[in-house]
Each structure stands twice: as structure tokens, then as C-alpha cells.
Design a protein. Sequence first.
Lengths: 312, 249
Amino acid sequence: MRDLYRRLGISSTASPQNIQEAVQSCSDAKLKEDATEVLLSESRRKTYDQVHASLTDIGVLRAKLGLTHGANWQGSQTQDFEKGSWTPTSASQAFEKKIKRQNATTAAKSVLRSAVEFVSPFIVIGLVVGGFIYYNSTYNGSTSTSNPQSSTAYQQPSSKTQTSGSNVGSANEFLNEPAFNEPKLPLPATGTIDRYTNKSGQAPLQIKTSSGANYLVRLENVATGTNVLDVFVRGGTTVDIEVPLGTYQLKYASGQNWYGTQHLFGPETAYNKADTPFRFYIEGQQISGYTVTLYRVSDGNLRTSELPADQF
Amino acid sequence: MTDHTFTEFEQLILKSNNQLGTSILLILAWIAGSDGNVDKSEAKQLSEISEAAKHGISIQPLIRIAENHDLTAIHLACDIVASHFKGEKAHLFMEMAIGISIADGLLLPTENHILRFLADLLGVNQAGLNETFISITGRDIPPPSDVSSARYWRDRERAREGSSQQSKRSDGANSRKEPPRHSSKAIAAYATLGLEPGASKDEIKQSYRRLAQVHHPDRFSSLGEESVAAASQTFVRIREAYDYLVKYA
């Protein structure tokens, strides 16, 4: 069984006229004879087309399944339908992965729903932002090597996260520091990720943000304190990423303008961390993941606190 | 991430109470539809197997997916079927596939190619495939007709002109358009028993006994409902063919 269309250089949907023309200009006598007898008869062509379609399907499937050297295929005059360019893949594995991801998302969603209903204390969401711009307004990112916290007149309404007294003295020294004048850089796209681990992502993490500020979200390994990944999320967007299994501390920096990975959002950068660690794990068929919403919600279930810049 | 990231077939699999059964049915529908469409008798057979599979999935979308040549779906079904019918069980699936292939009494070239593909999928070699085919039809699996050669069509024509009295079949596809000496029902009944039209009563009886043994539903009980259903169906078809031929042949 040969692919007459391919050999004639025409499409399998070619009109009878096109076939006629291709046959007439064909220099291969055998091919010419076959094409005339087979393709120029409507009923024969119909039968031929069915077999052609099946063999095309089978050729692709064999390639996808890695069966191109099957005992029942080789030597069966079907070499016209071999599709060597496919890499064998497992459809079931891809499907399982999709299911796991879906389950995890569903799990996160159902957790979210229950949060709305019961305002239960241990669910995932953010209560954040607001007030931070004043708080760090005099931080000079370019020269400061230590603690940038400053106690200006603009105080965070809540005193709970006020840093310890040791900072106060140094803070005053920074009051008259020259203005931050690093060049502003274009905002990275949402989902721009820096990974610091070789482990592949498995568990889903969805991050939603409100407009008004942009975020650099960081996951740190709770046990070792090492950085696992940074992901950039523009304000008002949502990103879905996959993270390696493990337990992480979630931190984030936020601000309006981007000055690169060293200065982040410049002197106005606000640093925060989630008070509870995030655990990504497999249980049975499900991978547990999270949806984190980084804006202030009443009855939110994730407390966050401000973080000194050097602890980011 | 919502449902729409799953393909239609994946959604059916997720909804299914019997994912293996749903996968088997898609492949059987693919075989049935490989000649361009799933005809009434094939659809009936599929929906009976579908009911027995108790998978809670309507057969219609599966037929549509197969008729649309949805290779992503067929690929997934192949993976699922291959993981269940490993080793010794493989020929049981081949029996089901052969069963639906010859349901209309013919083995078309498209069906022939698909059977060979499925054999490779399950690691059944040529001899193994042939053996299974013989056990069901009583004859060797023919090489697929080369419908791309002028010679095939000329031979066919000649056979048709030369022996209009004698029903000649070098390949299943030949006999479809031949003027039947026997009624089409009789020819189908002979074919079900793996016999040439006009076979003797003894041959009919012998063939029936052999096939009834092969397809006894009890043999398939370890494979779940849809396999038993497919076998019962074949079994019923064999008995009906036998009853018909004993009465009218």
C-alpha cells in the first residue's frame, strides 16, 4: 500500500482535475498506471481513501507509541505511512499529570470555598498590603547593607510588626541619605521564574494579586532556609506554577517600579512573609497545592507580617 | 485551571465508572468506523457492549470521537488498554478486536491494518495474531489488500466477471460488491462461522463447536464485564449463525 497522493505530490483532498493533471505530468509509468486505475475512479478512490486515512492514523499512533518497528508493521508495504519524526510519548502519564494538577487545584478550591463559608482559621489566603509605602520610604537600597527599616513619622498602623529597638538608632542615620537613583527597568512578565533547585515542579501553586502593586513571590525551604524559587507576578494578574514537593516559607516583595533582582522595587519595596508555612505533598491520588490571594480580604485566613529587607 | 483543559475523551474517562471499558469501547468504535462510518449493526453491537461495561458513558460520543480520527484520544485509550492486557491476556483483547472487525462478515483492509497495529501494541507477534484469527474465523488472516495498485483492482474486476457464479474471496473487501448466490444473511452467517458460503453441514457443526468453545463468556470472567459482554455477544452471534444455517442452508 503506497501513499499515491504523496508520490504524486498532491493533497489527499485534491479534486479529480488536479489528480488528472498530476497523473499526466507524472514520469513514473507504474505510478501513473496505479493512480489512473485507483484515484480516477470515484468508487475505488473512496475505498483507497479509507485505507489511506486509517494508515495515516496508524502511522502517527505507531510513532507516538514507539511501535514503528512492530513485527506486524515492518515489511507490510506501509513505509509510506511511517512517521519517524514523532517522539514516543505516554498519553496516560500526561493524563495522570493533568489529573493530579486538577485534583490539587480542586482541593485548593474546595478549601477556599470552605473558608468563605466557615471563616475557618487555617486556610490559605492573604491579608496584606496597605501602608507599606510609608513604612519603607527612606530605605536607600543602593548603599544600605544592613537593616533598612526606618522609623519615620509614617508608621504602620499596626505596631505588631515593628522591628526591634536596635534598628531605631540606625534608622535615624539614614534619614538624610541621598535619594535612590537606580534606573527603572521594565516590569518582568507575570510568571517569570528564577528557580534555584533541580527538583522538578509537581504541586500546583496559584497566586492571585490585585492591581496597584507588583509582586516578587519567593519560596524558601523551611528546613534549610535556602531559596527554592522566585516568581514575578504583576498586579492584577494570576499565575499558575508548579513547585517541587516540600514545605516552604512564602515571602514576597512588592512595589510599583522594578529595579532588577538586586534592588527589587527600590526604596519603596515592601517585604512580607506568610506566618504559616506552605506544605506541598502527595496524598493518595492528590497533590496538595495552594491558591494564594495577595490582597487584603476580610476574614482572610493567612496572616502575614512585614519583614525586614535583609531577611528577604 | 478548569475542566476545559481536559479533552473530550479525557472528560469521559474521568466520568466513567469503568475506564478500561470506556477505552476498549473507543478502540472498538475506531475499528468499526475505519471504513468511513459506524453502521447500524456495528452501533448496536457497540451499545450492547457499552451497556454491559456499566461505565455510565453513552456510546455516541465515543463513536463520534473515533469517526473524527481523534488520535490523541485513541492514543490514550491504547495506553490504558495496553497496560491492562499485558502478556497472556493480550489475545483476549485481540479476540474482541477481531470479533468487531468481522462482525459484518468481512475483514476490510482498514480493519486488517488496525488489527496488526493492535497486535504490535500488545506485543502479539505475527504467528500469535494469526493463531487468534484462526481460532475465531477458521482461516489465516489474509495479507491486507494493496488497494493502491492497479493490479488489485483489475484482478478484482476479472474475478467478478469470470466467476459470477462462484463466490470468490481473496480478501474480505472483494466479496462485498459481488452478486451473492446466497442471501446476504447466509453469507454473513457463514462468515461468522469462518466458512466459505456453501460449506457442508458437518463443517458448519464443527466450526460452531470450536467457536462456541473459544467464545464461551466464562473464559472472560476475569477481565470484567465488558469483556464478558463482548464474548457473550460473539457467542450469541455464533449461535444465531449456526441456527440459521442449520435451518436454511
